[in-house]
Design a protein around this ligand. Structure first.
Ligand code: KG4
Ligand code: ZN
Length: 372
């Protein structure tokens, strides 16, 4: 069975999960803090780390009890150690290191972006079917989350090469800001999706950005266009500039049309970059992950594209798109399968992803250089 306990606390979700060596999720517990941050319109780091401290032990205990496994039967402990809010990361990372040290088990320090990338390989508790990951390799990988929009070429779970990334906002971040401009509450992405359902996605046309690296992304121009559409082009210059309208002046149907059009433009860019990457690097599969992949329109577009292109789409169930600990334990299992015995307990928590910076996913792993 060979179970790994995973812990995730990089942002505003306290999570623990148990995943076996066939990547079956025996238990996955996620305690969301949305209610604590809602009134501030975004995540407040100090509130997040305090809430992680209160929740981490009960969440780990619940994951073990739902999995029906004792801590003494766990083979290894994994934690998301980067990227994220440093105070939040420290809670989960310290808990995992403490458990690994006390139990004398291996410790896996996991890059959250790599975990999102391979979350599509997670399987149900009783799932004995499941295609091997190797059948979809070589592959492209795409992480679309609140903090990252990164495109990779994947030779193996530990050999990923960064080939494109956003030069400004991540797609999730842009959707959250668009939602705020349209007067929607935090968390923006899911609320924007709901409003978009009643709107006309053709109402407003956004151009596809053309960048020096054709596999890079840019969302800031789309955001500005949306802002001017909602509030009018600002009058005057610099600090004295002012908008003629507020979002409250928009008719409800126009708000829905703008939500649908903006969401459509963001998704069109994602599919366009994937198509360009598949032209440049012929592959057998595409691994996608990250919170935005929970979006139903994006999922539909991705599967239509993959089917037409004849590539295998490895996409997580919606609950494993958002931050969770099953993806952390799952990625540790993939590393273990490749003969990786884990990391030293001295590995620090870090604010930035090494993978998304174009560095190796694991110490001693194949160099993941940025190609451009
Ligand atoms: O992966 P994730 O949970 O956290 C990060 O690692 O960033 O991603 C969170 C992002 C947020 O920007 C959120 O608005 C977006 O994913 N998101 C969605 C949906 N659900 C979450 N965006 C669009 N549609 C959704 N259904
Ligand atoms: Zn994430």
């Amino acid at each position: 069975m060979g179970c790994i306990l995973g812990i995730e606390s990089s942002c505003d979700e306290t999570a623990a999960a148990v995943v076996d060596d066939a990547l079956r999720v025996r238990a996955s517990v996620v305690a969301s803090q949305h209610e604590l941050h809602g009134e501030y319109g975004g995540v407040v780091p100090e509130i997040a780390s305090r809430a992680h401290l209160e929740r981490i032990v009960p969440v780990v205990e619940r994951a073990l009890s739902e999995a029906g496994i004792a801590l003494s039967e766990i083979d290894a402990i994994a934690a998301g150690v980067r990227p994220g809010l440093i105070g939040s990361l420290l809670v989960g990372t310290s808990a995992a290191k403490g458990l690994a040290w006390a139990r004398g088990t291996p410790f896996y320090a996991i890059d959250h972006v790599a975990a999102h990338l391979f979350a599509g390989l997670l399987r149900g508790r009783d799932d004995d079917s499941g295609a091997a990951a190797e059948e979809s390799l070589p592959a492209l990988g795409l992480v679309v989350s609140g903090g990252h929009t990164s495109l990779f070429r994947i030779a193996s779970a530990i050999d990923c090469t960064l080939v494109g990334r956003t030069i400004d906002d991540a797609v999730g971040e842009a959707l959250d800001k668009a939602a705020a401009m349209l007067g929607l509450p935090h968390p923006g992405g899911p609320n924007l999706e709901r409003l978009a359902e009643t709107g006309d996605a053709q109402a407003l046309r956004f151009p596809l950005p053309q960048l020096a690296n054709p596999l890079d992304f840019s969302l800031s121009g789309l955001k500005t266009k949306l802002l001017y559409e909602i509030r009018g082009v600002p009058q005057g210059r610099g600090a004295s500039s002012s908008f003629a309208r507020s979002v409250d002046d928009l008719a409800p149907s126009r708000r829905a049309d703008l939500a649908a059009s903006f969401q459509r433009a963001a998704i069109a860019q994602v599919v366009d970059r994937l198509a360009r990457a598949a032209d440049a690097h012929p592959v057998r599969g595409v691994f996608v992950g990250g919170g935005v992949v929970a979006n139903r329109t994006l999922r539909r577009e991705l599967s239509a594209w993959a089917m037409e292109r004849g590539v295998a789409l490895v996409v997580p169930e919606p609950r494993y798109c958002a931050d969770n600990a099953a993806m952390i334990a799952g990625y540790a299992q993939l590393r273990r399968r490749l003969g990786d015995a884990g990391d030293d307990l001295s590995v620090p928590a870090e604010a930035v992803s090494r993978l998304a910076r174009g560095e190796p996913v694991v110490r001693g792993g194949a160099a993941a250089k940025r190609v451009q």
